[in-house]
Design a protein around this ligand. Structure first.
Ligand SMILES: Nc1ncnc2c1ncn2[C@@H]1O[C@H](COP(=O)(O)OP(=O)(O)OP(=O)(O)O)[C@@H](O)[C@H]1O
Ligand SMILES: [Mg+2]
Length: 343
């Protein structure tokens, strides 16, 4: 019997995005209602019956109620509450034995927590910048860390808490920024060297994941006043304001760098036991040496009706897959893994 019914697991924004207000950034990882609407429509266009389920406290009850009918869950949920939120839905799906797209709870937990992911990268010999996890406003800076440094929340996405002020050049600014992150996000801050070279974002799809055309944000295009990196303002305002050529895909680079980046991505995939799809962010130092910043185990999948700058769909599009073909490919990849047939 083939897959007829798909449960779609998502989180949606209940507040408006306002870059000046950190409270609103707390929901930045969630999708806009219009995004969710189009994602459901596009899944329906593929001929499946779709049961939309918001990944909130009621998700378990709904999944249990519909369990017999659901052939596969399509998971783009970020999860609510708690520091390990991304693993909530996969854990529930495991418990209910419902097959689902994407990685298992273990991978999501490590992918969301940049510090833990970096410890795994270090243990596996995967290049990642040295770092320090800071839990309190008073701390001693690790002597390995040299300015300029960047301060990020340890376990968020969508550049939450990452603005021009996140890049610091002295101990006072560092302390201020660390305190701000700890207070606003109620979680530790991750401090690491600010890498000043090229940035690449790499979408992977399949089992094992194949690298789709690599994306490079063209930081030289940013107006005066923006530092050359993808801060919250750049990701959510600059990219969306018709600056479509800001994202270069496929990124131009010499063969040696391309081979090295692909090699690193496959190592990340293996080290974190990723399944079906993910997106990896890499930044180079001034000498063009690539370092892994982080991995997104569910990456954003904003449909072209809403945005044409969503990284994973952009990489898929460059590879020749339109949005629906991309969704179908994720479904097929997961189904194959479970030994399920599509229709
Ligand atoms: N060590 C670093 N050096 C230079 N720039 C950095 C560094 N860490 C992060 N950045 C910049 O900040 C952006 C956001 O950082 P990062 O990817 O770690 O966070 P995120 O919020 O999880 O991102 P995403 O939107 O992909 O979920 C990066 O794309 C990069 O431009
Ligand atoms: Mg990122």
């Amino acid at each position: 019997m083939g897959i007829k019914t798909i449960a779609f697991l998502y989180n949606v924004r209940h507040f408006y995005l306002d870059v000046a207000d950190y409270r609103n950034q707390l929901e930045a990882d969630f999708d806009d209602p219009i995004t969710t609407k189009w994602q459901i429509k596009r899944l329906k266009n593929l001929g499946f019956k779709i049961i939309p389920i918001e990944a909130n406290e009621n998700a378990y009850l709904k999944l249990k109620r519909y369990k017999k009918e659901i052939d596969l869950a399509f998971n783009v949920a970020e999860g609510i509450y708690g520091k390990d939120r991304e693993l909530q839905i996969p854990a529930i799906l495991e418990m209910l034995q419902i097959p689902y797209t994407g990685s298992s709870p273990l991978t999501h937990a490590f992918a969301l927590n940049k510090g833990k992911a970096k410890q795994i990268f270090q243990a596996e010999g995967i290049p990642t910048a040295p770092f320090q996890i800071i839990k309190t406003a008073e701390f001693t800076l690790d002597s390995k860390l040299k300015f300029p440094l960047i301060v990020k929340p340890v376990a968020q996405g969508s550049s939450m808490g990452i603005t021009n002020k996140s890049v610091v050049n002295d101990i006072d600014s560092l302390k201020k920024q660390v305190a701000k992150i700890i207070t606003a996000f109620k979680e530790p801050a991750l401090v690491e060297p600010f890498l000043e070279g090229r940035e690449f974002s790499i979408a992977m799809l399949g089992n094992p994941g194949e690298v789709l055309p690599i994306i490079e944000p063209n930081h030289s295009m940013l107006p005066k006043g923006y530092l050359p990196f993808d801060s919250y303002e750049v990701k959510w305002y600059f990219e969306e304001q018709g600056n479509s050529n800001y994202l270069m895909c496929p990124a131009k680079m010499d063969k040696k760098l391309e081979i090295r980046i692909k090699e690193i991505c496959h190592e990340v995939w293996k080290a974190l036991e990723v399944l079906d799809w993910c997106r990896i962010d890499i930044k180079c130092d001034k000498e063009n040496n690539p370092y892994v910043l982080e991995i997104n185990s569910p990456a954003g999948l904003i449909p072209p009706e809403v945005s044409t700058t969503s990284y994973f769909p952009l990489a898929a599009r460059t590879a020749g897959m339109d949005y629906e073909q991309m969704l179908l490919q994720i479904i097929k990849t997961a189904s194959y893994r479970y030994g399920l047939k599509i229709k």
